[in-house]
Design a protein around this ligand. Structure first.
Ligand SMILES: Cc1cc2nc3c(=O)[nH]c(=O)nc-3n(C[C@H](O)[C@H](O)[C@H](O)COP(=O)(O)OP(=O)(O)OC[C@H]3O[C@@H](n4cnc5c(N)ncnc54)[C@H](O)[C@@H]3O)c2cc1C
Length: 411
């Protein structure tokens, strides 16, 4: 693939505050930019693309968004963002979904998890170095939390970090790190105190340079045929003390900031894309007078999933308003309901598409790299839907959280 698509980026950066009271103008500006920049054939070009092309395309898209301030609009102004609020962010997500634009998925940790962690707990030197690296050099980050025996029970992690002078020497293994094979840096949790009375109390948070000696990355081939994840092996890796985030043994509390980033804007964007996909499917079915339109059971399924999708969007908007009203407190329980609801609808919807697609939809064709769950390849999207009921806390664990912490049911 070549990235020769001419782009017509506006000369000036989007400034949401310039449209503080004129959301219609802001929407029009975002829409015009997307129409000018998103290559009409990007999904065709990314179908079955190899890793090198995929990464090049993702980098190109990130750079285009960054040129006009749409990569980091949610970052603070002092850091090249726009302190964007809920109303403007809603418009961006709606318009990105409407345009069927690629998602900057390679940069999710860089854009959301990293700032959520560093703004709350990083040093000034760490913010200067690493947030600037994302903004100006498009550095890719991954997250090294899970281990073979520490996923749902993350606090049981065994990767060991021992302080020796100005460095920590780290040994252990991480698993399921998304985009770890392309990452420059990793948000890493390791155990510094094996004797702590509570296992959560002995964990420290580090920045790991993925090019440091002793780091080995091994991609994991998934059921979809892709290798989004990888294992990371750490063999006497030296991490400078300056790359420790927060105090020694305070990593568990800091990790909650990282994980909270998953609960907001990311699901928001995905739900907008899902809504567009529903509408596109319905329009196509009507256009072709699809057989499922006359099947009572399938009509019921589609209508039920559609209604749930509308409810999901309302829940997300309610959550965003709570977070906007008080970014520090925000909603404690809504994100949990939203995650469960989103996983559930995505599974039902992608399963529905496999069934209405007949035999052709049963075959696993090459998918659109970067197309998320709406690649148009029904079987691929269905298999991938399972990822959402596992990542960032499995549905079973989240239901337990509701049972115990919200309903107060006995353990
Ligand atoms: C798409 C995706 C992306 C990911 N990206 C990353 C990443 O970038 N970085 C990273 O560190 N990790 C990542 N992960 C890993 C993810 O956080 C873990 O898979 C998740 O926490 C579950 O842990 P596990 O896989 O070890 O499963 P386990 O914890 O072993 O769970 C296995 C099954 O047992 C159930 N179970 C476990 N404990 C209980 C319990 N107490 N009560 C009831 N049921 C229980 C679970 O619900 C699940 O069904 C990713 C995972 C996915 C799917």
């Amino acid at each position: 693939m070549t990235l020769s698509t001419p782009t017509v980026s506006p000369a000036r950066v989007f400034d949401p505050l310039a449209h503080k009271d004129d959301l219609t103008a802001f929407r029009a500006e975002v829409r015009a930019w997307l129409e000018a920049v998103v290559p009409a054939d990007w999904q065709t070009r990314m179908t079955g693309a190899d890793e090198a092309d995929y990464v090049a395309f993702q980098r190109w898209w990130f750079a285009e968004m960054q040129k006009v301030g749409l990569a980091t609009p949610h970052w603070p102004r002092d850091w090249g963002g726009a302190d964007i609020g809920i109303r403007h962010q809603t418009i961006i997500f709606e318009e990105v979904a409407r345009a069927g634009a690629p998602g900057p998925e390679l940069f999710v940790i860089s854009l959301y998890h990293l700032p959520a962690t560093l703004f709350g707990h990083g040093s000034q030197a760490q913010r200067d170095r690493y947030l600037t690296g994302v903004k100006e050099r498009g550095e890719v980050w991954c997250q090294g939390f899970s281990e073979p025996n520490a996923g749902s029970d993350l606090a049981s992690l065994r990767t060991r970090a021992e302080r020796r002078g100005d460095v920590y020497v780290v040994n252990g293994q991480k698993v399921w790190s998304s985009y770890g094979a392309f990452a420059d840096y990793c948000l890493l949790l390791a155990r510094t105190d094996f004797e702590a009375p509570k296992k959560q109390a002995g964990i420290t948070y580090f920045i790991l340079d993925m090019k440091a000696p002793g780091v080995t990355v091994r991609p994991i081939r998934q059921a979809t045929g892709q290798s989004e994840f990888c294992e990371i092996f750490l063999d006497n890796v030296e991490i400078p003390v300056a790359d420790r985030i927060g105090e020694e043994n305070a990593g568990w509390m800091i990790a909650q900031s990282t994980l909270s980033a998953e609960r907001g804007l990311i699901v928001f964007e995905l739900s907008e894309r899902m809504a567009r996909a529903f509408d596109a499917d319905l329009a196509e079915a009507k256009r072709t007078d699809a057989a499922w339109l006359k099947d009572d059971q399938l009509r019921r399924e589609f209508t039920a999933a559609y209604s749930d999708m509308v409810t999901l969007r309302l829940m997300i908007r309610a959550m965003m308003q709570e977070v906007e009203a008080d970014p520090h407190m925000g909603s404690a329980t809504l994100p949990t309901y939203i995650k469960i609801h989103f996983s559930n609808i995505l599974r039902r919807y992608t399963d529905f598409r496999v069934r209405i697609g007949g035999l052709a939809a049963q075959a696993q064709q090459p998918a659109v790299m970067g197309g998320g769950h709406q690649t148009g390849n029904a079987m691929h999207d269905f298999i991938l839907s399972y990822a959402w009921s596992i990542s960032g806390g499995t549905v079973e664990i989240l239901k337990t959280v509701i049972a115990e912490r919200v309903l107060g049911l006995p353990r």
